[in-house]
Design a protein around this ligand. Structure first.
Ligand SMILES: [Zn+2]
Length: 167
């Protein structure tokens, strides 16, 4: 797949699969899905999509390994789950009848930057400012509507706090 880097970063959902925060299937606390430990640190930053993964819970010690051929990106319907173990995501917040979700804090930050930037673009009369096929282009419309902005940013702040309160 061709990766293009534009000013908005051109990030794709796949770019955030190196570190996924999920709800531990055993204890319900925050757990992580990461590349299996034998990966070198640099590779862990941007691991291949299908490289083996491990689910680790710091709270109860639960671990589970994944080595497969099917990676399922969350498409927007149903409860958001991680791409490998299909565990519920940890960074999920009900936001005015919609669901705001992120794989990790970088993903959350990208959403936040886009919500803020979209508002600026609209203010400059350039609503079509985003033209590549990256992730931000496919954010749901409710998320970038000016009238929802405060609610979305509040949900993002709640998720940050939730992650800060982990374990
Ligand atoms: Zn656990």
């Amino acid at each position: 797949m061709g990766r293009e880097r534009h000013q908005d970063g051109g990030e794709r959902l796949e770019d955030f699969l190196g570190h996924i925060l999920v709800v531990c299937p055993r204890c319900g606390h925050r757990a992580e899905v990461i590349p299996r430990g034998d990966a070198i640190p640099e590779a862990a930053l941007n691991p291949p999509l299908f490289s083996p993964r491990r689910l680790i819970c710091q709270s109860c010690g639960f671990t589970r390994d994944w080595q497969g051929h099917t990676v399922r990106l969350h498409g927007g319907s149903g409860p958001p789950r991680d791409a490998y173990f299909q565990c519920p995501l940890y960074l999920v917040d009900a936001c005015g009848g919609q669901v705001l979700w992120a794989y990790n804090l970088d993903h959350l930050s990208l959403i936040e930057r886009h919500v803020r930037a979209t508002l600026r673009l609209h203010q400059r009369g350039n609503p079509a400012g985003w033209s590549n096929g990256g992730l931000v282009n496919r954010l749901p419309r409710w998320m970038i509507l000016a009238k929802n902005r405060r609610r979305v940013l509040a949900a993002i702040a709640r998720l940050r706090e939730k992650d800060g309160l982990k374990s």
